[in-house]
Write a protein that binds this ligand. Structure first.
Ligand SMILES: Nc1nc2c(ncn2[C@@H]2O[C@H](COP(=O)(O)OP(=O)(O)OP(=O)(O)O)[C@@H](O)[C@H]2O)c(=O)[nH]1
Ligand SMILES: [Mg+2]
Length: 692
């Protein structure tokens, strides 16, 4: 691939609701630039962007693909992001490294939950937004209704059509360019006079465009008020200024059909005009002294090297690929750079540009460009390449807490030895995926943003040679007591051979928020202090095992206040056992109770569905904390026990027709209601009996 300098580059994240047609649109754009000679289809599993086997199998994008387009002497790096909200980590990282965002909206269904999520992320990074109303060829496609749903959903933004559709549904033939007031049929190479019956509509829309262009520049607004119009160049410049400045919240609106390849060339031309070159990008870096500061524009090859690794793939055959964006400075193949996050040097032997899975070696990448390097050993998603003398780090996005967890069991001995490494690699490649050995529930937990996300990780681990079965994770309950109680246990084994004797008198007291405390208040030396550690050790062995339901014990104060010894038979093990058994006995009589994790949950749904969501939360022992509205959506905040939320994603999808989204973070532990605690305790007793 040809070498492109900074001002000839454009970086655009293609985002939007699942199935809005992003990947198919990319096919049309690639076809228009001659990069492919046939438009692939998702159904035929032959698109450039959805090249991964798992994507082909599922018929949707699961991770962001890098698709460089060469057009009008520019290179436009398209980042085709998944729409499914399970893969919000990929969406967020794509938006993080782009310089503008194209939001693709389905002309039939309008704004959906995936549209809003992408919009929210674009706002986080103050990214200028362009919209294309896509799938205009579909039955019931409606440009104006979709435009209205955008205006209602994002009331702070000005939506300015720069193209109008000619026809709709199966009659969608082309677009009217409101700047040139010409008709562009099919992809847009074929231009002619606009249909007469659209003149009035086009004139009215053009007025809106001219006013938006005028408002973006003081000189233009003055001219507009005095002369009532602007030249096409002034309109273009005004709109360029408006479109490139996120603070102006002016959104140029296009109309396309990726599948029919209609209206696509005007969109591509817009990417050069309305998307700013990377040199204009402001980015936050962490300096070697730990300060956060802006790397102020213009970004150039002469600037300090600052890059961000936004994606990593592990493939059994290709090995590791790290995708990175250069914010400042440049990168040469074969040179050694400094991974400023891990503090190690990395030699970038194999510098590449990728188009889907196609690898194109390059010798240099200039400031602003997006590239890939193969076969590095230490570099992970979120890292930065810099120079050792100035080890700048580009700040990482904050990623949401996981929403969906499974427990995994390795199938074979070989699998269990490899499992840790493979899960670590997958988690390091994907900032929204996590795994851990959880000692409290004695399970290996893999968690992510949803069922599809976690299942994909399991299937990828499988591709990497580790077979795993999954089961429901246990809820990390805790056990504690509600009242003080005292009792004693005598451990006596004196039937031939070495005897054992130890008697411990123990008082347990609730110790809310204080953790476990062990004290001895022995008077008169009834137990030698040598045996105090034995008693504590015995008790500690119960703390992780639990007493009534097999969950860790917390917030209990144990006071040994009396006891008995035997001159010969009292020994470490005897007092360990006496301590342990005394603890269990007293605990069971001290009003034992279970504590459960309670989550802070924020659920965003269309206003009309809020009632259903609230009543459903009531059936989950949820406590609504507040309600808010944003555009056409309601946001319900509630506190809900974790046990009621473990498969909430699936339930929310079916309750709202995939039109709801939620976040969930741990809040605190609270008492499990007695009737539920009994069920949990009984279940534990049953498994104990079965295991005996
Ligand atoms: N009628 C019509 N169908 C389209 C168009 N674009 C895509 N489709 C169909 O819509 C479905 C989804 O298309 P994709 O291109 O995979 O959509 P996407 O936005 O990339 O989906 P995700 O990657 O899952 O977010 C497929 O069945 C396509 O064939 C279009 O312009 N018109
Ligand atoms: Mg896709």
């Amino acid at each position: 691939m040809k070498e492109y300098v900074t001002d000839k580059l454009r970086n655009v994240a293609l985002v939007g609701h699942q199935g809005a047609g992003k990947t198919t649109l990319v096919e049309a754009l690639l076809y228009n630039t001659g990069a492919i000679n046939r438009i692939g289809r998702v159904e035929e599993k032959n698109t450039v962007s959805d090249w991964d086997e798992d994507e082909k199998e599922r018929g949707l994008s699961l991770s962001t693909s890098l698709i460089p387009l060469e057009f009008e002497d520019h290179k436009i790096n398209i980042l085709d992001a998944p729409g499914m909200t399970d893969f919000q980590g990929e969406i967020k990282n794509a938006i993080r490294v782009a310089d503008s965002v194209i939001v693709v909206v389905d002309a039939v269904s309008g704004v959906e939950v995936g549209t809003e999520l992408a919009w929210e992320y674009a706002q986080v990074y103050q990214q200028p937004i362009i919209v294309t109303i896509n799938k205009m060829d579909r039955e019931n496609a409606d440009f104006n209704r979709t435009l209205d749903s955008l205006k209602q959903s994002f009331p702070d933004y000005k939506f300015i059509p720069v193209m109008l559709p000619i026809g709709a549904e199966s009659n969608f033939k082309g677009v009217i360019n409101l700047l040139t007031m010409k008709a562009y049929y099919d992809a847009g190479k074929d231009r002619s006079e606009m249909p007469a019956d659209m003149k009035d509509e086009a004139e009215a829309a053009r007025t809106v465009l001219v006013e938006a262009a005028a408002e973006a520049d003081d000189a233009f607004i003055e001219k507009y008020f005095s002369e009532g119009t602007l030249t096409n160049e002034e309109i273009r410049d005004g709109m360029r200024k408006a479109a490139r400045d996120a603070y102006l919240k002016t959104v140029p609106v296009f109309v396309t059909s990726g599948a029919k390849n209609v209206g696509t060339i005007p969109l591509m031309e817009a990417l050069i005009v309305y998307v700013g070159p990377p040199s204009q990008r402001r980015v936050t870096v962490i300096t070697p002294s730990g300060e956060r500061e802006f790397l102020t524009a213009p970004q150039s090859d002469d600037g300090p090297l600052a890059t961000y690794v936004f994606k990593t793939t592990n493939d059994r055959f290709v090995g590791t690929l790290n995708y990175f964006r250069i914010f400042s400075g440049n990168v040469h193949s074969g040179q050694t750079y400094y991974n400023s996050v891990r503090g190690v040097e990395e030699k970038l032997n194999s510098l590449l540009v990728l188009r889907g899975k196609e690898q194109m070696p390059v010798t240099v990448l200039h400031a602003g460009d997006i590239g890939v390097v193969a076969k590095l050993n230490n570099t992970k998603t979120g890292d930065s390449f810099a120079t050792k003398s100035n080890p700048l780090q580009v700040t990482k996005p904050d990623f949401p807490d996981p929403l969906y967890a499974v427990a995994v069991l390795p199938r074979t001995q070989a699998d269990s030895t490899k499992m840790g490494t493979v899960l670590t690699n997958l988690a390091q490649a994907d900032p929204t995926l996590r795994w851990r050995q959880d000692p409290d529930v004695k399970q290996t937990i893999v968690e992510g943003m949803g069922e599809a996300h976690v299942n994909l990780a399991i299937s990828r681990a499988h591709h990497l040679g580790v077979g795993m079965d999954i089961e429901m994770p246990r809820v990390p309950y805790k056990e504690t007591i509600t009242r003080q109680h005292s009792d004693f246990h005598r451990h006596k084994k004196q039937s031939g051979g070495a005897g054992q004797f130890g008697e411990v008198h123990l008082r347990l007291e609730p110790n809310p928020g204080g953790g476990f405390v062990f004290e001895t208040k022995i008077v008169g030396g009834s137990i030698s202090s040598n045996f105090f550690p034995s008693i504590e050790k015995g008790i500690n062995s119960v703390l992780s095992e639990g007493v009534v339901a097999g969950y860790p014990v917390v917030d209990v104060k144990a006071v040994v206040f009396d006891g008995k010894m035997h001159p010969v038979d009292s020994k470490d093990i005897a007092f360990q056992i006496a301590g342990r058994e005394a603890f269990k006995k007293v605990f069971a009589e001290a009003g034992p109770m279970l504590m459960e994790p309670v989550m802070d949950v924020k659920i965003t749904v269309p206003e009309s569905m809020m009632g259903d969501i609230v009543s459903d939360l009531n059936t989950r022992r949820g406590r609504v904390q507040g309600m808010d509205t944003q555009g056409l959506r309601s946001i319900v905040s509630a506190q809900v026990p974790y046990s009621e939320m473990m498969r909430y994603g699936n339930d929310l999808r079916s309750m709202t027709g995939a039109r709801g989204i939620y976040t969930m973070t741990f809040s605190h532990y609270d008492t499990v209601p007695a009737h539920l605690a009994q069920v949990i305790i009984a279940a534990h007793k049953k498994t104990e009996v079965e295991e005996d």
